[in-house]
Design a protein around this ligand. Structure first.
Ligand code: TMP
Length: 226
């Protein structure tokens, strides 16, 4: 089995975790071993760092502190889980990776992009996803959905901040035409999944390309995910 790292990116509330679960289910059916992760988080240490990053009490956090905490969580995830999973030939699907740091900490927060790229290289041990699916939907719609039950520290940034994140991802898409693929979110999660699969299909065997039956159980499982 060929090891692959695929990242999912996009603004708030675009449904990355649902799409990761659907793609993972499809790949497992086709015989792949799949590891699904999220950033920041995915390890015991990383989840603690996530809590610090998203806690609305931490309003005074300096942009550089924020950058270093995202990179610290990433370094732990790469060391503890991503590298070993890739070495074992698994497919790794990660909810956000280095592009988020460029969109949020460079484009939106205003840190120097070259500095963020250097920090990304450190936090990721130089790992770059072979493909990045950019889930795209209107910024207002996603933000509204993500904050229905309250906003975390990043979600609580204003609309201007999230518009910059959106524009940042657009620029990254232009700069990385081979790796990054835009997928427009559809009304139905299943329709979006078909587009996501089309964006990564060349990385997988024919069996993965066979019509994929989404079971009631799968729909039930993803019902409550963002
Ligand atoms: P999530 O809610 O999609 O799991 O992501 C947590 C938040 O962290 C989200 O608002 C995006 C933000 N983020 C950054 O600002 N920089 C990063 O490097 C990453 C990975 C996430």
């Amino acid at each position: 089995m060929r090891a692959v790292l695929i990242s999912f990116e996009g603004g708030e509330g675009v449904g990355k975790s649902t799409q990761i679960r659907l793609l993972a289910a499809r790949l497992v059916q086709a015989g792949y071993e799949v590891c699904c992760l999220r950033e920041p988080g995915g390890t015991a240490i990383g989840e603690q760092i996530r809590h610090i990053l998203l806690d609305t009490a931490n309003t005074g956090m300096a942009p550089t502190t924020e950058l270093l905490l995202y990179e610290a969580a990433r370094a732990q995830l790469v060391h503890e889980i991503i590298r070993p999973a890739l070495d074992a030939g698994k497919v790794v699907l990660v909810d956000r990776f280095t592009d988020s740091t460029l969109a949020y900490q460079a484009f939106a927060r205003g840190l120097d992009a070259e500095l963020v790229k250097t920090a990304n290289a450190l936090g990721s041990e130089g790992l770059t996803p072979v493909r990045t699916v950019l889930l795209d939907q209107d910024m207002e719609t996603g933000l509204e959905k993500a904050t229905q039950e309250g906003a975390d520290r990043l979600e609580a940034e204003g609309r201007a901040f999230h518009q910059k994140v959106h524009d940042g991802f657009e620029q990254l898409l232009r700069e990385n035409p081979g790796r990054m693929v835009r997928v427009a979110c559809q009304e139905s999660k299943i329709d979006t999944h078909a587009l996501v699969f089309a964006a990564v299909a060349d990385l997988f065997n024919e069996q993965a390309g066979q019509p994929f039956a989404i079971t009631e159980q799968m729909l039930q499982d993803i019902k409550d995910t963002k």
